[in-house]
Design a protein around this ligand. Sequence first.
Ligand code: NAD
Length: 360
Amino acid sequence: MIALPTRAFAYEPLPGRVLFGAGSRKQLPEEADRAGVRRLLVLSTPEQRDTAATVAAPLGDRVAGTFDRATMHVPIEVAHAAREEAARTGADGFLAIGGGSTVGLAKAVALVSPLPILAVPTTYAGSEMTPIFGITENGRKTTGRDPRVLPRIVIYDPELTLTLPAALGAASGLNAIAHAVEALYAPDASPIVSLMAEESIRAFAAALPRVVAAPDDLAARSEALYGAWLAGSVLGSVGMGLHHKLCHTLGGTFDLPHAQTHAVILPHAISYNAPFAASALAGAARALGVASSSEVSAALFDLSRALGAPASLAAIGMPRDGLDRAADLACATPYPNPRPLVRDEIRELLQRAFDGTRPD
Ligand code: NAD
């Protein structure tokens, strides 16, 4: 007879409406009505200004203004400028069209002007499903959680991801897989979160190689974006561990690129945690098609190599003489993680990530 688990968990679903499907962006006017917004401030990066204008065009005079200066990690000066633009145009809501940087800017504005956010994500970062915000001031990024910044409506249209370059798509997908893998062993994990996390990893493992091989494969783009929705959802629901802490430290202190840092660190962080999270990582093993949790880190490394993502910290600009400092910072404040943090072992982990060594 198979032993049945004795379950105990807490689960608190987040509010929000999600619309998913090719062409779903065309329903923006109805969705704006549903949210009760008449004067939207459209946000984008400079690179996606034209995309944002095209996507927002059917809204007609419901567009109160545009602000196209979103940039990585939400510098406080940019947040101030966007807040001023929202006040100047009398905006009653924000429409963020883009990746995590653009959604992050909408959140930084909504934090002080609590108006609804409509998000149209174009990467796999997942910020659109979370109440997590981040703002950078004097080179330091502060993050927090606030229900006011959780987007009210999210429209996932895979057609908008067709222009995402394959290299960025691969790194962004591995960034999202990291949310899902760490959700499996989060102390506040629950059955729903684990189901979503496993399905996210499965969807990405199937879709990303096809996205890289044939960037115009809409079915593959759709499956990857579906994985991103799931990964963002679990990121919004549970706390993250060692992997996210390392990436936050490396990104913040050494200014490494966000998604690429996640892509490099993930196999090594999971290799460190796997012996202490064997049963939780069984879901990741199933999703990746390997026999056991102990094979998950190597499978993630191989997936990353197959996708052509950066292999090492050295390749993305990490200074070799920063590894000691990174290890100190990652161990400085305690946080939940399946395996206790041992400074010298974290230093070794970082060395392997720096060199791009395949985990056993
Ligand atoms: P990004 O938003 O910075 O986008 C990277 C570049 O790709 C930009 O130039 C952007 O305009 C371009 N781009 C985006 N989508 C495109 C598309 N479909 N076609 C062509 N170009 C496209 O990158 P990201 O990885 O999505 O976001 C990273 C940021 O998001 C980081 O600051 C990170 O901290 C944050 N983030 C926050 C959360 C959260 O919950 N708060 C979650 C994940 C990431």
